[in-house]
Design a binder for this molecule. Sequence first.
Ligand code: HEC
Length: 171
Amino acid sequence: MSTHDSVFLKRFSMIIAFLAVLTIVLIVAAKYLYTFHPTEPNPVTTARVAERLQPVGGVHSGETGAAAIAAAAQAATAAAASQVAFDGSLDGSVIYNGACTACHGTGAAGAPMLTKDAWTARQAQGVETLVKHATEGFQGAAGIMPARGGNPAISDAQIDATVRWMLENLK
Ligand code: HEC
């Protein structure tokens, strides 16, 4: 081998060695940095843990226990339904802005916006009918109006106040 070759070989192996060391340093640095990364809990794990944390009586409880669980679930549903939306406010603007504007403010899903034109024909049905449709839900040519705007916690009186507020605020 000429001296030329051996000098080349020496330098070349030094470069390779340097790159190898650099790779290792980068790997270690990346691992270290990753320890600061907040990990997202795996939903499967979370669900399993929740399952294991169930009270003993709730997991295997025979008929009596099952009935108690069903009763509790029913009570929870009833409590959710009887929850007061918007702190019981009868201010139509509050309820409208919280529950109706997503569709009626933008025309999304075919909802009539608060313009006189869009409501002339609807108003001809009478306020009572409009309130009924808003309460029970309504499907017309334009689209689907979900019952209580999709929030079962909104009371009859609140829907009534909101529909009246909407009609007073047509532009
Ligand atoms: C998911 C969208 C959506 C939300 C939220 C929504 N609406 Fe509607 N609403 C509609 C659509 C679509 C129509 C038109 C239905 C048709 O005539 O085809 C409509 C129609 C109506 C009508 C007229 C019904 C008729 O007989 O012409 C009233 C009144 C009404 N909405 C009130 C409300 C009130 C009050 C809220 C909030 C509590 C609300 N809406 C929330 C989509 C929505």
